[in-house]
Design a protein around this ligand. Structure first.
Ligand code: LLP
Length: 440
């Protein structure tokens, strides 16, 4: 297990997070329930923020809010003095509702809608990461109408692609994101943007993947971006003063993954900073403003999901299914990616696991599983099951499939828990339904 100061097993053998006993949380708020450890996610924000400040200088951490977006998250990021990466009008709206400073927001998206572009300009978003020529044209035109000039980055594909534990240096140019440095498309787009009167190109952005443990893949990507910056300086006389290296730092899901402490993440970032400094020296560049966009590593391990065990079905000689009151509607990551998780029985967290079981959801679909071959003590109906490291890309990818209710989320700190996302009701499910008169 990934125990820490704010996530541990107490004397009664109960799982405890943010000073709250998980059995008490389940009783008070019901299940399924997303629980977020405030100290941990603030700790991660501070780790990145302080490492850049002390080891690098000019830079900004942008919380990749696609990992978990709700007003409280933007409010916390604001308090911690970091920025945010948003990818839709909806994420931007949520940030604005929380009073987040627009100038610290970078808007992403390979197909930003005209209304999203207009809305982001109205909000005064600091940076747009441009990802297609039509977007540059549209944004330039909108800024011309408003008599403004917008800071932008160009999303490039440096030819490094990283997946969990692996990376390849010859990433396929077949990606819907970015412009290939290798093929010359990135240079062409740089020219395209530089010709726009109402866009101020500040530099480049790349994002090489997610759940990456291989420091080297980041370092190589940074080096390639800097080589491209040097190239653009030489061939176009363009001096980029901003480099955004995206997100992707890996987290612990199971003991197959590396487990980093805050200091481990600081070291991870220091390696990347070292590569940026070295690359600048090599190519004779001034240090650009450095941005990173961590999402999963800020919020992933901060979150756990609590479920109540319901039906248990043993198929002799094949497998045992332990069904919970959640499923793919609150965590679709097993269905989508075959993702692995660690689960514990929150009330008997000190018991040794004795069997391998599959944790099934309650949706009408065979593939609706939270995980297969999870190591657990014999579960009983009524037990509270905690699935760990569910803070990132669970709530944000949740759905009302089968008209199940998306679980609420609570923020825990120093033994206190409060809602940051309220429970849905059945009435919420039919709120937008329309029953035409003739069907009544
Ligand atoms: N910046 C950009 C431009 C991105 O596309 C992403 C993630 C991030 C930052 C944040 O990356 P992170 O630090 O969270 O790895 N739904 C998938 C993950 C999709 C990630 C998409 N982009 C999952 O559940 O694993």
């Amino acid at each position: 297990m990934n125990t820490r100061k704010t996530l541990y097993i107490n004397k009664e053998g109960h799982l405890t997070i943010g000073g709250c006993d998980c059995l008490t949380l389940a009783k008070e708020f019901g299940t399924p329930l997303y629980v977020f450890d405030e100290d941990y996610l603030r700790g991660m924000m501070r780790t990145y923020r302080d490492t850049i400040a002390t080891e690098y200088g000019d830079g900004l951490v942008l919380y990749a809010s696609k990992a978990f977006s709700c007003e409280a998250m933007y409010a916390i990021a604001k308090q911690e003095g970091i920025g945010a990466d948003v990818v839709s009008g909806g994420e931007l709206y949520t940030a604005m509702k929380a009073g987040f400073p627009a100038e610290k927001i970078c808007l992403h998206g390979n197909n930003k809608l005209p209304q999203e572009i207009g809305y982001a300009l109205d909000c005064g978003v600091g940076l747009f990461a441009i990802d297609n020529p039509a977007e540059a044209d549209l944004l330039d035109g909108e800024c011309a109408k408003r008599g403004t000039v917008q800071d932008v980055l160009l999303r490039i594909n440096p030819g490094v692609e990283a997946h969990t534990h692996k990376f390849v240096q010859t990433a396929t140019p077949d990606s819907k994101f970015g412009f290939s440095v290798q093929s010359g498309a990135a240079e062409e787009m740089t020219r395209h943007i530089l010709a726009k009167k109402h866009l101020r190109l500040r530099g480049f952005h790349c994002h090489i993947g997610s759940q990456i443990f291989e420091k080297n893949s980041f370092c190589i990507a940074a080096e390639k971006c800097l080589a491209f910056m040097a190239d653009m300086k030489k061939t176009l006389g363009f001096r980029a003063d901003c480099l955004n290296l995206g997100g992707g730092f890996g987290i612990w899901y199971t003991d197959e993954d590396e487990k980093f402490t805050f200091e481990g993440y600081a070291a991870y970032l220091r390696a990347l900073i070292g590569a940026v400094k070295e690359g600048c020296k090599k190519y004779g560049l001034d240090l650009p403003k450095l941005m990173i966009e961590p999402g999963r590593s800020i919020v992933g391990e901060a979150g756990i999901t609590l479920y109540t065990v319901g039906a248990i079905k043993e198929i002799k000689g094949i497998r045992k299914y332990v069904a919970v009151d959640g499923g793919m509607f609150d965590n679709p990551r097993f269905c989508l990616y075959g993702s692995k998780y660690t689960a514990v029985l929150a009330g008997r967290a000190d018991e040794q696991p004795t069997e391998l079981v599959s944790v099934a959801g309650k949706c009408c679909e065979s593939g609706d599983l939270i995980g297969v071959d999870l190591n657990l003590p014999a579960a009983r109906t009524g037990d509270i099951l905690a699935v760990l490291s569910t803070g990132a890309y669970n709530y944000s990818m949740a759905s009302n499939y089968n008209r199940n209710l998306i679980p609420p989320a609570v923020l825990v700190k120093d033994g206190k828990a409060e809602y940051i996302v309220k429970p849905q009701s059945y009435e919420d499910l039919v709120r937008n339904d329309v029953l035409p008169e003739r069907l009544k």
